[in-house]
Ligand binder design. Structure first.
Ligand code: PAF
Length: 278
């Protein structure tokens, strides 16, 4: 495995690739969730590239950019053990110039839910993902796949749309959410949770379980499901509970096979999201 810290070095290394490339973009602080993407990429491709870059343009003023966990050494070790070929660790100076053109997330998927609370976040996320996809595919791999977790469901939908709208030659591979044994969806931000906060955080996955149980009992009414979920979430500061179709449009009734149930809540100072695809 090689670690590259410059774009020139990245191009030199990817030039040696002859075959398919699987790419896993990350902001580091790697956990089992990331590892599941890396393992899938490893299985499905000849070469695997992981990027580690805490992208400043997707953090809003006052968010945890400076405090975001950085564990470069441990992350490199994890990548090496997982059989990654290249770890790409750029810095902001080489990724951005002063006055850049920008990408704007579309209204329907960009300005609801996460977008409402974090205006501009998706624009910055799309901008860096576009750059990273272009960089990793620079030397034209025979096949190019990029792996994203379903946990960031809105992010995934927007990336899929960007790839479609800009005719980017990549296959986006959505990957299932990985949970701890107690049900908590893995996130780099879980390290911020105290023991008591973690207990409370479990109500996010419990609320999704409650929703599933209701759907299994043929309760498909969105308002009633949301109400029951909010009852489970009484110990956390709920930001939104939402049921949307796979295009992130509002729905009144659950449609099996085309519904995503999403929840966002703060536990102490830590903001968490979770979702379930049914
Ligand atoms: O999901 C993330 O970790 C980030 O949003 C991503 C896709 C690596 C872009 O910075």
């Amino acid at each position: 495995m090689v670690i590259v810290n410059s774009i020139e070095a990245l191009f030199k290394e990817t030039e040696k690739f002859h075959g398919s490339v699987g790419f896993v973009p990350t902001m580091g602080a790697l956990h089992e969730g990331h590892l599941s993407l890396i393992r899938k990429a490893r299985k499905e491709n000849d070469f695997v590239v992981v990027s580690i870059f805490v992208n400043p343009t997707q953090f809003l003023e006052g968010e945890d950019l400076d405090a975001y966990p950085r564990k470069e050494e441990a992350d490199s070790k994890i990548c090496e053990l997982a059989g990654v070929d290249i770890v790409f660790m750029p810095n902001a100076e080489m990724m951005y110039e002063h006055d850049e053109l920008s990408i704007t997330a579309p209204a329907i998927r960009g300005f609801i839910l996460e977008g409402t609370k974090r205006p501009g976040h998706f624009d910055g996320m799309l901008q860096v993902v576009m750059k990273l996809l272009n960089l990793i595919a620079y030397n034209k791999p025979t096949e190019f796949r990029a792996y994203f977790g379903k946990k960031d469901a809105q992010q995934l939908a927007l990336i899929e749309q960007m790839v479609r709208n800009y005719f980017i030659n990549v296959q986006i591979v959505p990957c299932d959410i990985v949970r701890d044994a107690d049900g908590l969806a893995l996130s780099s931000r879980n390290v911020y949770l105290s023991k008591e906060e973690r207990e409370k955080a479990l109500s996010l996955s419990r609320s999704l379980k409650k929703a599933t149980e209701m759907v299994m009992k043929k309760e498909l009414n969105v308002e009633r499901i949301k109400e029951a979920m909010r009852e489970v979430l009484f110990e956390v500061d709920v930001e939104y509970v939402a049921l949307v179709n796979r295009h992130f449009e509002a729905i009144e009734e659950v449609e099996i096979g085309n519904t995503i149930i999403l929840v966002a809540a703060s536990v102490g100072k830590t903001r968490l999201i979770d979702n379930l695809w049914i």
